[in-house]
Design a protein around this ligand. Structure first.
Ligand code: BZD
Length: 793
């Protein structure tokens, strides 16, 4: 397939350079070349972008409302999806430019925390690839997730001014700006459109991110300035820009901050106003919006955009003069809700006073919805007591998940087990009332970024084995790889590719972390946000256990292992930061112990992010997915490892359950209690007994306080962790994530890995079967299900 006119491309690239920087090609920097290359690509997609927009106008459209889109870099992915990545690499080589160096000039667009934000980015890409009319709407934070650095083993945070050097992947659409009215001030919302390129199909969808700015004179009041009131002259500008200044860096924890609610209201209000305006322009005859629901469906990515429900009703009531019945009736037809967590501390509740600060009308409308809900329940014969669990407003607090569930046509969980738990526990009362609304949509990840782009070596080998590239359009075709399961040439080649990716990663880690790691060791990797329920601490305690075993028996027969961690802790999450320090202390202790003889190495990479992840997943031998059963809604990193041929060492949690089912337990390493077993245990769980009766556990837990080489430098972080496991304060329960309960089983699972890895071909076979059965976890499949079953596109 010839997609590129080489001469034209080079011509355009060079003229971009000359025009943007008034420099010759020879004199330009790597960054300038990156910029010119990006602009060349933006030019190339403009026609398709216009065409896609035109087509969407007359059809039904889905709108993905999300406070986060964790995009990462765009250059490589767009080149891949345009089908020109190899050719462009080639051209650059001819020009004596190293593509890897150019692409390293791009900062990640890190407008998200973790899984939820990255899922939104995968969905956008798969939506374009599947040719769906899918529009993303979100926030253009000036500062994305903080940059992480370690100093003396402690996490330090720095700002992430990702646009400082220029954002070349969006277009500012000044003319489509909106005014957002808060209770006591107004701001201008300016859209920045990011193109979402479908995979080799000519589709370019749009991700629209809103930026907050002052309305007048660029917010800068010259009158004030001329009157020597400098402070006042800039204050309005600052106040407006504050709204989208920074992403809140917490995941899976509620934060009841006014600014956060202002952000949420800001982007949904701007989005809905714009969408309603467009509708009126295209359907001037439909004065009462009777057809609106036929053209629109809004997917709410968790509760963060749920304030869109009262906002749409407000627009219809106050601006468009609809009746309550019509406005509310319309709202009940156009929203769908995705839940991403069952952790109680993460479920959003907003105080009515705070909502009033942001939008007084939202308070009226929410109260009216609550009132009418209770009326309707009463009419159905519910007693006061029976009505209680349904109250949307209680003690002046609004349960956002309840509001979303009541109004939406669809409520979905993100993995089979998660949806079961939603139905039987978290939203059980609502499931009883509206069973037909509940459904599961197991997450997926885009195979373009996470397999084809991240692992071109494996990709071309799959092409070779399957003698076709059809699998790139339909990942279930990977199943065809199973017939090579006992072909030693294939298994050896898979090991060879894995080794090459490990060598590449080792170089990268040497460059950025200054640590040498051995690509012949087992790369055992846990990369995800730092959270107690994800149990990085369990991993750490096990490593310490191995270390003590090795100290006691230096000739212990084990294959060398490199344990790799990557994780950011929310800046205010004290215990999570303590766990980072603890792992860094263990790393220092072990890596500097000559007696260990290279048998164990521990590396905590700094500033784990999408672009780092792309190097980690393909190089992994073990995928650590060790959350307490029932706590991880789905997980998506687990799927990225699987696609790259890495067996899972994990619990029966989230989508692990489905991974085990698809690839077989014999090709993975299951351990730990099930969700049911943990529920049974709950009230009788006594971790102190385990601590006292298992010497191995006592030894590693005590290390928190007693090991000489391990210190929290007087910060009390390690005492806090110790207490959380076996000596909780203020009537709290001990070890609420069951680390000690699962410890023995985890140790044993690692032994099975060690054993299995010695049979190098046997291990490659497990990897192969995982790849062959990873088709289910393509976000193409997920987004098709949303499109067919929820959005009815
Ligand atoms: O969403 C995650 C879940 O924890 C994962 O199990 C799941 O795979 C993904 C995608 O469905 N949730 C988050 O990432 N949540 C957040 O990042 C978040 C952010 C702000 C506020 C609350 C949660």
């Amino acid at each position: 397939m010839k997609k590129l006119n080489r001469e034209q491309f080079i011509e355009k690239f060079k003229s971009n350079l000359e025009q943007k920087y008034v420099k010759s090609f020879e004199d330009s920097t790597k960054f300038e070349k990156y910029h010119a290359l990006s602009d060349t690509i933006m030019d190339m997609i403009s026609k398709d972008w216009i065409e896609t927009n035109k087509k969407n106008k007359t059809e039904r459209n889905a709108f993905y409302f999300s406070a986060e889109f964790l995009i990462g870099r765009s250059l490589g992915n767009n080149l891949l999806n345009l089908g020109i990545i190899d050719e462009v690499k080639d051209i650059l080589k001819e020009l004596d430019i190293d593509f890897d160096e150019i692409e390293d000039e791009e900062d990640d667009a890190a407008l998200g925390n973790g899984g939820l934000g990255r899922l939104a980015a995968c969905f956008m890409e798969s939506g374009a690839t599947e040719g769906l009319n899918l529009h993303g709407y979100g926030v253009r934070y000036s500062q994305g997730i903080f940059k992480q650095r370690f100093e003396n083993g402690f996490q330090l945070e720095e700002g992430d001014s990702w646009v400082a050097r220029g954002d070349f992947w969006s277009l500012r659409k000044e003319s489509e700006s909106q005014i957002v009215s808060f209770r006591n001030f107004k701001v201008k919302a300016v859209p920045y459109d990011v193109p979402v390129v479908g995979y080799e199909n000519g589709v370019v969808n749009t991700l629209r991110l809103w930026q907050s700015e002052a309305i007048k004179n660029d917010g800068f009041d010259f009158q004030d300035f001329n009157d020597f009131r400098y402070d006042e002259s800039v204050s309005e500008k600052n106040r407006a820009e504050d709204i989208t200044r920074v992403l809140y860096p917490n995941d899976n924890i509620r934060q009841g901050k006014l600014l956060r609610l202002l952000q949420q209201y800001f982007f949904v209000s701007a989005s809905l106003q714009e969408i309603v305006q467009k509708y009126k322009r295209l359907h001037p005859e439909d004065k009462n919006f009777s057809q609106f629901h036929k053209y629109h469906v809004f997917q709410l990515n968790d509760t963060h955009p749920v304030i869109a429900i009262p906002e749409l009703i407000r627009i219809l009531l106050d601006e468009e003069n609809l009746s309550w019945e019509d406005a509310f009736g319309l709202a009940t037809k156009v929203f769908a809700f995705t839940n991403h967590t069952v952790l109680q501390e993460a479920l959003e509740k907003w105080n009515l006073d705070l909502i009033h600060e942001v939008s007084p009308r939202a308070v009226d409308i929410i109260k009216e919805i609550d009132k009418r809900l209770l009326q309707s329940l009463q009419e159905k014969g519910y007693s006061l007591e029976e009505m209680e669990p349904y109250r949307i407003v209680k003690n002046e607090m609004v349960e956002m998940a309840f509001l979303a569930t009541y109004v939406s046509t669809s409520i979905n969980g993100v993995a089979e087990l998660h949806t079961i738990i939603l139905k039987k526990e978290t939203l059980n009362q609502w499931f009883k009332l509206y069973p037909e609304k509940f459904n599961n949509k197991t997450n997926g990840v885009t195979p373009r970024r996470w397999l084809q782009y991240a692992n071109p070596q494996l990709t071309s080998y799959i092409d070779e084995l399957l003698k076709s590239e059809d699998w790139k359009q339909d990942m279930t075709k990977l199943k065809g790889l199973e017939k090579f399961a006992d072909d030693v040439k294939v298994l050896d080649k898979l090991n060879e590719i894995k080794f090459e990716k490990k060598v590449q990663l080792a170089k990268y880690i040497k460059k950025y972390e200054g640590v040498e790691i051995d690509p012949n060791s087992i790369f055992d990797i846990q990369i995800k946000r730092l959270h107690e329920y994800k149990r990085q601490l369990l991993n750490a305690l096990h490593i310490l256990h191995l270390y003590y075993e090795l100290k006691a028996n230096p000739t212990l027969d084990m294959h060398p292992v490199t344990f790799i961690f990557g994780a950011k802790a929310a800046p205010g999450y004290f215990r999570a930061k303590g766990i980072i320090k603890f792992i860094n202390e263990i790393s220092k202790l072990i890596n500097n112990d000559p007696e260990i003889n290279g048998k164990i190495k521990v590396v905590f990479i700094q500033n784990y992010r999408v672009s780092y992840a792309e190097k980690l997943f393909p190089a992994a031998d073990v995928s650590e997915q060790i959350s307490t059963a029932g706590k991880e809604a789905s997980g998506t990193g687990n799927m990225k490892f699987m696609m790259n041929g890495t067996p899972t060492l994990g619990t029966m949690d989230g989508a692990n359950v489905e991974i085990f089912r698809e690839a077989g337990l014999e090709n993975n390493f299951l351990f730990g209690r099930t969700e049911e077993e943990i529920n049974e245990l709950a009230n009788n769980y006594n971790p102190v007994n385990i601590y006292n009766s298992d010497e191995r556990i006592k030894r590693v837990v005590d290390a928190l306080l007693k090991e000489e080489g391990i210190s929290d430098d007087g910060t009390n972080h390690f005492l806090d962790i110790y207490n959380s496991l076996v000596d909780p304060k203020d009537g709290n329960r001990a070890d609420v994530y069951y680390l000690l309960e699962d410890f023995a089983s985890y140790v044993e699972a690692h032994k099975r890995v060690d054993e299995a890895y010695r049979d190098r071909r046997g291990y490659a076979r497990k990897g192969l079967i995982n790849i062959a059965n990873s088709g289910l976890f393509s976000s193409d499949r997920t987004i098709r299900q949303y499109g067919e079953e929820i959005w009815k596109l």
